[in-house]
Design a protein around this ligand. Structure first.
Ligand code: SF4
Ligand code: SF4
Length: 91
């Protein structure tokens, strides 16, 4: 399943997309430790698979949370940590 977390405002769309079917296969959940803002949280989905979701209290502030990470010009740390290419951004 593709899950989208985020918001939009006058300046744009700010969504993180997670392919949770890949997370279910992912043993180390590297994104959780790697994210400096601790945005990723492990939860059980409806099929009792361990997947990650974006922390609820940050879903409307992602542009700010991710600003430093995105400003360094490299692939975001969460995407670097994810061996399954399961994370995407709308901005
Ligand atoms: S590292 Fe990638 S595949 Fe693994 S839990 Fe995180 S987003 Fe999902
Ligand atoms: S871009 Fe950086 S701050 Fe944003 S979710 Fe990825 S690792 Fe975390």
């Amino acid at each position: 399943m593709i899950a989208n977390y985020g918001y939009e405002d006058g300046s744009g769309h700010y969504y993180i997309k997670i392919d949770t079917s890949k997370c279910a296969e992912c043993k180390d959940k590297g994104c959780v430790e790697k994210c400096p803002e601790k945005l990723f949280v492990v939860e059980l989905d409806d099929f009792d698979d361990e997947v990650v979701v974006i922390r609820e209290d940050c879903r409307n502030t992602l542009r700010t949370n991710c600003a430093l990470c995105k400003a360094n010009g490299e692939k975001e740390l969460c995407r670097q940590a994810c061996k399954f290419d399961a994370v995407g951004f709308s901005w």
